[in-house]
Design a protein around this ligand. Structure first.
Ligand code: ADP
Ligand code: ZN
Length: 606
């Protein structure tokens, strides 16, 4: 059984190895056991039911909530030479009867169906006649009201159990909480399901967090680290999206916008430009992303802080789904916190407390000074990974500690005391920085011994250190105005009994490369890579499919590394199976040959 899995994987997908828990999940399906599979975004859930579908005799039924998602998956399957089809409300009568015909002739291995279609009268009887051998329920958390994406139609999926009592049902989701998991088992009436929960760590994501200064400059620097690659920039408001897109375009970036204030057609155009790689980046509100399955997103930038770590995990998780390195940069400021606080306080009364708690944890993450991977795992209640992780700003040492942290902290704390513990962070930073603004002078605080005591530092650095002292519980922020007061720990620091850690203001310019970034570019001929990207764009446009359906980034890199000269060598490249060889082999080989014949030099790209 095991070998058949590997064989199918190589032959159809061109993959050599399974990802964690994929084999276990596939074996459940093959042995006829129900399962709940929880893997993070990009963990490779779809393969868990797609590969068994090829090895089981009959039809695999897949329930999926989003038409765009189904469409992409089917494009990808057909691109690998696997007959698959879908039935949903968006099909024309002609398309529907074609799919029905193919089903009748036993020509399809996988059938994707929307939940609405499934519960339509007579549909189950229709399915019974087709010889269904396994059922997969994608985005299974949609059955649970505890999840973040409840869909009432999903509640009725329990009827599958009655309709197909003998057939294994697999439920797949990226939402990990116990409560949701239990709910899935109950609602879908699973029988002693095997529960497989993967690690939520995404070691290929490099997390960076920065206080937002000149936002646009910071964003451009990050985009420039990924010239010509695909990325998403998330903004808080629609107006921010429009403004940032305009600015970036003025500077020559190939950027498009996406938010709920645009017409359906405009949004479609943006999305297609992004997926077809006519645009390199999409600037969006969080309205963008659900149902987008672009696997080669190389960076996700948050221009503002999200309202919870769940949201951050989900949005940043859209980077690097192909397993290659990707960067997640989060820019935050105190203003984001206040904006969210207001929005949360105006929402349903029973959600306020929980919302503020999550917001507080998000904010602590931003100001935190320990490994980002570890902090996220801890939040989701998972065991920590290795440290240093080698893939976050803290572990990479990009944010160094201030040499005399203790002395600087004492200066700040004593200023707070001398000001009578009656002022907020901005005011305190002003005093320390030596500002002569009216209210400081009016309060006589320009005569304090701490006035101007940190004037050689930038005001934003001082402001940052105050936040770090709050995060390390040396200072507490009290009341509506966020008045600063010393805590017990703060007093011990003042007495020199404890040492906090204050971070150096981040240096501008290039961020150093994380190990994951270096590895996957090892030996890749960048000039050839660029040419192959152009070819991919052309092939995708001709076939009318997204670029990553033709080849993923990992495949392009492997091609530009191995430079195969014949069909046999092509098959040894990651992500190239029999079908891809047949469809694209000749054009790829011709491109590589043409590149090799270019004279070396700048035009040759080498
Ligand atoms: P999920 O649904 O869990 O977010 P997907 O099933 O969409 O993830 O998989 C993400 C990407 O990883 C896809 O491009 C998929 O083809 C690829 N992938 C899945 N399993 C493997 C594997 N074993 N080896 C290489 N690539 C894989
Ligand atoms: Zn780390």
């Amino acid at each position: 059984m095991t070998d058949r899995i590997s064989e199918a994987l190589k032959r159809y997908w061109g993959y050599d190895r399974l990802r964690p828990l994929q084999r276990e999940a596939m074996e459940c399906v093959l042995r006829g056991r129900d399962s709940i599979v929880v893997l993070p975004t990009g963990g490779g859930k779809s393969l868990c039911y797609q590969a068994p579908a090829l090895l089981l005799p009959g039809l695999t039924l897949v329930i999926s909530p989003l038409i765009s998602l189904m469409k992409d998956q089917i494009d990808a399957l057909v691109g690998c030479g696997i007959p698959a089809g879908r039935l949903d409300s968006s099909l024309s009568a002609g398309e529907r009867s074609r799919v029905s015909r193919e089903l009748g002739a036993g020509g399809l291995r996988l059938l994707y169906v929307s939940p609405e279609r499934l519960i339509a009268p007579g549909f189950i009887d229709f399915l019974r006649g087709l010889g269904v051998s396994s059922v997969a329920i994608d985005e299974a958390h949609c059955v649970s009201m505890w999840g973040h994406d409840f869909r009432p139609e999903y509640r009725r999926l329990g009827l599958l159990r009655e309709a197909f009592p003998e057939i294994p049902i697999g439920a797949y989701t990226a939402t990990a909480t116990e409560q949701v998991r239990r709910d899935i088992a109950v609602q879908l009436r699973l029988r002693a399901p095997e529960i497989l929960v993967g690690s939520f760590d995404r070691p290929n994501l490099v997390y960076r967090v920065r206080r937002r200064g000149e936002g646009v400059r910071q964003i451009r620097a990050a985009i420039d680290r990924h010239a010509g690659e695909s990325g998403i920039v998330y903004c808080l408001r629609r107006s921010d999206v429009d403004r940032l897109t305009a600015t970036l375009r003025r500077h020559g970036y190939r950027a498009v916008s996406y938010h709920a204030g645009m017409s359906d057609e405009e949004r479609h155009r943006s999305q297609n430009a992004f997926i077809g790689e006519e645009a390199d980046l999409i600037v969006a509100t969080v309205a963008f992303g659900m149902g987008i399955d672009k696997s080669n997103v190389r960076y996700v930038i948050h221009a503002a802080m999200p309202k919870s770590l769940e949201h951050y995990q989900q949005e940043s998780g859209r980077a690097g789904r192909d397993g290659l390195e990707a960067e997640c940069l989060l820019l935050y400021s105190g203003a984001d916190y206040l904006t969210w606080k207001r929005i949360i306080q105006e929402s349903e009364p029973q959600t306020v407390e929980n919302g503020l708690e999550k917001l507080g944890q998000m904010s602590r993450y931003c100001r935190g000074v320990s490994c980002r991977h570890r902090a996220i795992l801890a939040y989701f209640g998972q065991p920590p990974g290795a440290e240093p992780c080698g893939a976050c700003d803290i572990c990479l040492g990009e944010v160094g500690g201030v040499a005399d942290s203790l002395v600087v902290a004492q200066k700040i704390l004593s200023s707070v005391l001398r000001q009578g513990e009656r002022f907020g962070a901005n005011y305190t930073a002003g005093v320390l920085y030596g500002s002569r603004e009216d209210r400081i002078v009016a309060n006589g605080h320009d005569r304090l011994s701490t006035h101007g005591i940190l004037k050689t530092e930038s005001r934003s650095a001082v402001r940052d250190w105050i936040e770090q002292l709050v995060e390390q519980e040396c200072l507490a922020r009290v009341g509506d105005y966020g008045v600063l007061k010393l805590t017990g720990r703060g007093r011990r620091v003042l007495a020199g009994e404890e040492r906090p850690l204050l971070l150096e203001a981040p240096k501008t310019g290039r961020a150093p490369k994380a190990a994951v970034e270096k590895d996957s570019w090892d030996g890749v001929d960048r000039g050839l890579f660029e040419r192959l990207r152009g070819l991919r764009r052309a092939l995708a446009a001709e076939a009318g499919v997204p670029a990553y359906v033709v080849f993923g980034d990992a495949t392009l890199r492997d091609l530009a590394r191995k430079k195969p000269a014949n069909p046999g060598a092509l098959l040894a490249v990651f992500g190239i199976g029999a079908k891809k060889l047949e469809l694209y082999g000749p054009r790829v080989l011709a491109e590589i040959r043409a590149y090799a014949q270019l004279p070396p030099g700048p035009e040759g790209g080498r």
